[in-house]
Structure formats: C-alpha cells, structure tokens
Design a protein around this ligand. Structure first.
Ligand code: PLP
Length: 372
C-alpha cells in the first residue's frame, strides 16, 4: 500500500464510519457521571439522554417511544425474540444473518429467487404445508446484496393465513437507507443496530408492537421497564439516538451514494465481462454492491485491494481455517466457486467520488492481473 495515501473504507455494511456529531455527543456523555436508574440529579441527567434517544429512534421508524427497548445490538435483539420460540414452528428466509440462523436451528427456510428476493410463492406453500408458524423472520435488507425484501407482503400473507403468527424483521441494513415505518410494515418485532447507521458499536434496539410480549433474555435489574436488565450504556444510547435522527435527516443524500454505487457497477461491467452483480435486478439499497469475478477467489481479491488501500469484504465466512461460500449467494443459486469469488463493496455517508474513481481503477488493475 502507498503509505502516503489514506486507505479507503468501503465496508459500511460491516460497520459504518461514525458521524463526527455522534462522536462529539458520545464523548460529552462519557465525561458525565450518572446511572440512568439513579434517582438523584446525576441519574436524572443520564436518564434524559436515554429517553431523548428513545424518542429519536422511535421517530426514525414511526413508533411510540415505549415500544423501543435499548440493548447491546441487533444480535441481542434477535436472540431475545427467538428465545421465546425454541420449540415452536418458525419460518425464516434462507438469507438471514447468522444471529437468526443460529438462534433458530430448528427453523424452516423460505427460499429466495435468483435475484435474492424471498420467493413469495414458496413462502405461501410453506405456510399451507403445516401448522401455522408461531414466528416468521425476514430481514428488510440483506447485508451482503443490499436487496430489499417484501416484508410488508410477507406480514400480510402470514397474518391472513393465521392472525396469531408473529413477524420479526431485521432492519439493521435498512435504517438510514430507506424510509422506515414499523406499523406500515405490519411486523411485530424489529431489530436495529447503531453501528450500521453511523452510530457507536455495541448498542441497538428491539422494537415491538404494543400488546405483543416477549421473553426476558437478560435477567437482573429492572431497567427498560423490566424488559432488558443491565445498566444503560448511556453514552452509546445517546449516540444511537443522534445517529437515528441524522440517519432520518440524511435519507435524501442516499441518492448521491446510489449514483456513486451505480457508477462503480457500470464501470466494472464495462471493464470486464467476468463480473456478475448479485441482486442487480431486484430493488436494492443504494450503497451496496456484491460483485463476483469469475476465476478469482474473493480472498485473493480482498488482499490485493487491501494492499492498494481499499477495505471491502467478502460474504464468505472463515471456519476452522477454511473459507465457506456465502449462504446468501448459494441460496440465490450461485455455485460454490461463484459464491467464493464475490466481494461486497458498501459505501456510506463519507464516501467520495474520488474514492470511487480510485477504487474502479484498482479493481480494473486487479481484474486484469487475476485473469492472466
Ligand atoms: N443483522 C444484520 C443484517 C447485520 O448486518 C448485522 C451485523 O453484521 C447484525 C444483524 C448483527 O448486528 P450487531 O452487530 O448489532 O449485533
């Protein structure tokens, strides 16, 4: 890597760069003392940060503040919901995050089309083929492809089939990228994560429909209306609140990010006919591009781009020293070699057109080199 150059960060779906205003607020709150559960003035001041943040998160998704429970992140939110369904019928999309896949090993998978969208016909068939499911989990935006899932239709179909069926949607990769309305989606649970919307890591929220109950995952103190024990991460929560507000305010700027992503894909398509863009024909969020390069494995591409100063990721997971093909791409019909050749490039609020131009150049150089 040219050490004079600042590396370019294109891995926002792994974690987004925090907005400076959020860093400033988190730093300020960390400098103050007070447990949000204490009754004295210090505690009340900390409590105000938490409650203001609850309103900011609620506003982003159009719910009432008491429907928002703060926790340590989306993984915890998902585990909280799923721990109440251990011995019940659950349908989940085949492309869910591992937090869902591993919390519900007994679940039945709803297939996706080759465009990466949940297959509604297959879903209806699964519904009809057994007892009504207790829970359905379909993410709103897939983290690897950016493909937007028809959660509203899924909730409608599910509840027409059986009004008792509950629906959880993981909206981690949707927040700040598309408008969100929890009630309009018809879901009963939603999970969010601060660090994917330019907030701090290690803080998230579980949103629930009023009247729906869920099991307590963390035992201990009576925080969060006795629904999530553990001292509040006041600074993190305050940061999440501001990040949620800024995510909502900056939604229009997503058009610029989408233009950059589209330029990137068009230039790569022009440069090589070996590139395959996963999910390109489906509705997608504007920041994500998942590009397979036939004949070149993703780890080699990753290292080559890293040396040139570009941080991207692959969907493959490393387990016991071996790279496993992405379950998302294989669910879309990619074979193992194809899935193992795919890179995920994810842009964000701080990405510039100069960075994308430089990335395109580096990608072309890499593609040429890896073909010879
Ligand atoms: N769901 C999706 C779609 C994600 O992309 C991630 C993060 O990678 C998670 C859940 C887990 O979120 P957290 O890091 O807040 O536990």
């Amino acid at each position: 890597m040219d050490m004079m150059k600042t590396p370019v960060y294109l891995d926002y779906n792994a974690t987004a760069r925090i907005r400076p205003q959020v860093i400033e607020l988190v730093r300020k709150v960390m400098g103050e003392v007070g447990n949000a559960s204490s009754v004295h003035g210090f505690g009340r001041a900390a409590r105000k940060y938490v409650e203001d943040a609850r309103t900011q998160v609620a506003d982003l998704i159009n719910v009432r503040a008491p429907q928002v429970i703060f926790n340590s992140g989306a993984t915890e939110g998902i585990n909280t919901v799923l721990c109440g369904f251990k011995d019940k019928r659950i349908l989940i999309s085949a492309i869910e995050h591992p937090a869902v896949l591993e919390s519900a090993p007994h679940s039945e998978k709803i297939p996706v089309t080759e465009d990466g969208v949940v297959d509604l016909a297959a879903f209806e068939k699964l519904l009809k083929d057994g007892a009504p499911p207790a829970l359905i989990c379909v993410m709103l935006v897939n983290s690897e492809t950016g493909v937007i899932q028809p959660v509203k239709e899924i909730a409608e179909i599910a509840k027409t089939h059986s009004p008792e069926t509950l629906v959880m949607t993981d909206a981690v990769q949707a927040a700040g990228r598309i408008p969100l309305d929890f009630n309009d989606l018809g879901a009963d649970f939603m999970v969010l994560s601060a660090h994917k919307m330019a907030g701090p890591q290690g803080v998230g929220a579980l949103i629930f429909r009023e009247g729906v109950s869920f099991e307590k995952f963390m035992c201990g103190g009576g925080q969060e209306s006795r629904q999530r024990a553990g001292t509040h991460n006041t600074a993190g929560i305050a940061g999440m609140g501001l990040a949620a507000q800024l995510a909502g305010e900056n939604l229009p700027a997503y058009e610029d990010i989408t233009k950059l992503r589209d330029t990137l894909e068009n230039e790569i398509r022009k440069a090589t006919n070996r590139a395959v863009i996963y999910g390109a024909n489906a509705p997608r969020v504007g920041n994500t591009s998942n590009i397979g390069l036939s004949g070149a494995d993703a780890q080699t591409q990753l290292m080559s781009l890293d040396l040139e100063g570009f941080a991207v990721s692959s969907g493959s997971a490393c387990s016991s020293g071996a790279w496993k093909a992405s379950h998302v791409l294989t669910a879309m019909g990619a074979d193992e070699a194809e899935a193992k050749s795919a890179l995920r490039i994810s842009l964000g609020w701080a990405t510039t057109s100069a960075e994308i131009d430089a990335f395109i150049k580096a990608y072309k150089k890499m593609a040429d080199r890896l073909s010879s």
